[in-house]
Design a protein around this ligand. Structure first.
Ligand code: AMP
Length: 448
């Protein structure tokens, strides 16, 4: 599974056309990306399996979409957003196609829904790398990973409650407690246009007090101005008209039902009338989880919302939808701050020690026993390269082995092996033919 490591970086062919030619960092992970190695990757595995198990309990199936799509898939969803306009990794492939690395997770899932037309409700979850050319800093990377879920084909507010519950319970299951859920409604194509007119009029009247970015956004995407964190803008935004006061009756009823559903489940939330989220496609419910354990500029753990028009806007059938994405790296930083989800210690059920001096490759007895242990469902390992007994024992210790299974000449003469409990130091002799079941029984008894 390990990635390709060039045998000799200095000898790798570099051409003048190669932008990395002669650069010292050519063999380092690019800025804003990172490798995840054991044992840290054990936390990733734990986090992903928690999410996968929870999603399965909620009736969601795993969806896998390509890491790149035709640029149109993303342009459609975010013409007015930084994620698409400024940060997207776009390229032309050798066939002249304009492609983009996935900057966000919803559009590819909606594209897949339109392409395959599964029976609604279509409930899916994903784990996927996301690519954004951002200024790299702690909690903000050029490749990050999101766990997400999407439901297509139903506009029932019960689904909004379900996806929020799925996300909220996942964060809680990791042991996180210092986070909050913000909730808002962005209305729909009936009530939002009137609100946008009112907002634009208000912002135009105060344009001289806004930052340059907000002044530019005022005409193209006035909702995004509400997101601006510049102090001069915050003062103007505080007095701006609020969308929640302009909701049409069906949007109002939907929003009420979502709040009632969350209250029934005991999911705490706060209404934030200024929560607009980054992307263009949201309608009605939007939500975001923010951690108090993270720096305020990067405190969003995840968020999402409803996108009832997106499938149609992408040329598909009418299909309301809702979903969310949670950033794994951010969640892990929050876990560090809260002291939860520790990196798992290495652990093995058994480490087979070659005391027969079989040399490189190991004695066939050792090779066969190790194979049997693994096939029986035990985690087991060995040392390589004909190491000394002492070195093998040290390796067993480092690997977190519970038992040493020592294959020695004397014991083998009696048809047995020695088994040492690494915790108590106690050593017993067990028949070679019984040792696999002996270890299985002990593992069960120890509940490991
Ligand atoms: P968004 O798709 O922007 O709503 O992002 C969803 C979640 O992904 C955020 O709440 C973050 O946890 C995470 N996220 C977004 N962008 C980045 C990034 N550049 N680096 C790390 N995590 C990110």
């Amino acid at each position: 599974m390990g990635g390709h490591v060039p045998a000799s970086p200095r000898c790798a062919p570099v051409t003048a056309a190669d932008p990395a030619a002669g650069r010292e960092d050519a063999y380092r992970a690019p800025v804003g990306t990172h490798d995840v190695l054991p044992p840290e990757s054990g936390r990733w595995a734990e986090l992903v399996s928690q999410f996968a198990r929870r999603a399965a309990r909620f009736g969601y199936g795993l969806v896998l979409t390509p890491a790149f799509e035709h640029v149109e898939v993303f342009q459609r969803v975010g013409e007015g957003t930084d994620v698409v306009r400024k940060e997207m990794y776009e390229f032309e492939d050798k066939g002249g196609r304009r492609l983009a690395l996935r900057p966000e997770g919803t559009a590819p899932v909606v594209r897949a829904y339109i392409q395959h037309r599964p029976t609604p409700p279509w409930k899916v979850w994903y784990l996927a790398p996301h690519f954004r050319h951002e200024k790299a800093q702690r909690g903000r990377y050029r490749q990050h990973h999101q766990l997400g879920a999407e439901v297509l084909g139903v506009d029932d507010p019960a689904v909004d409650v379900e996806v929020i519950d799925l996300a909220q319970g996942f964060l809680t299951s990791l042991g996180l407690s210092r986070f909050s859920l913000a909730l808002n409604s962005l209305g729909d194509s009936v009530c939002r246009p009137g609100y946008l007119d009112a907002l634009r009029d208000y912002l135009r009247a105060h344009a001289d007090q806004l930052c340059a970015d907000s002044q530019a956004r005022l005409e193209t995407n006035p909702l995004r101005v509400l997101d601006c964190k510049q102090p001069q803008c915050v003062a103007v935004i505080e007095r701006a008209p609020q969308l929640l006061e302009h909701l049409c009756e069906p949007c109002e009823a939907h929003f009420e039902a979502v709040q009632a559903g969350l209250k029934t489940l005991g999911v705490p939330f706060e209404i934030d009338p200024r929560l607009v989220r980054g992307l263009d496609y949201y309608t009605r419910t939007t939500f975001e989880f923010a951690s108090e354990a993270l720096e305020s500029a990067q405190n969003a753990l995840g968020g999402g919302g409803r996108y009832d028009r997106l499938a149609e806007e992408m040329g598909g059938p009418p299909a309301p939808g809702i979903g969310f994405g949670i950033g794994i790296e951010r969640v892990l930083i929050a876990c560090d701050s809260e002291g939860v989800l520790p990196t798992p210690l290495p652990r093995l059920d058994a480490f087979v020690v070659d005391a027969l001096g079989g040399g490189p490759g190991g004695d066939p007895e050792v090779v066969a026993l190790l194979h049997e242990l693994r096939e029986a469902g035990l985690s087991a390992d060995r040392a390589y390269g004909g190491r000394s007994l002492k070195a093998q024992t040290r390796a067993a210790d480092r690997a977190g082995a519970r038992y040493l299974v020592i294959v020695g000449r004397e014991e083998m003469g009696r048809g047995a092996v020695a088994v040492r409990d690494m915790e108590s130091g106690e050593q017993v002799e067990v028949g070679r033919s019984r040792v696999v079941s002996w270890l299985c029984e002990h593992r069960e008894r120890l509940g490991t």
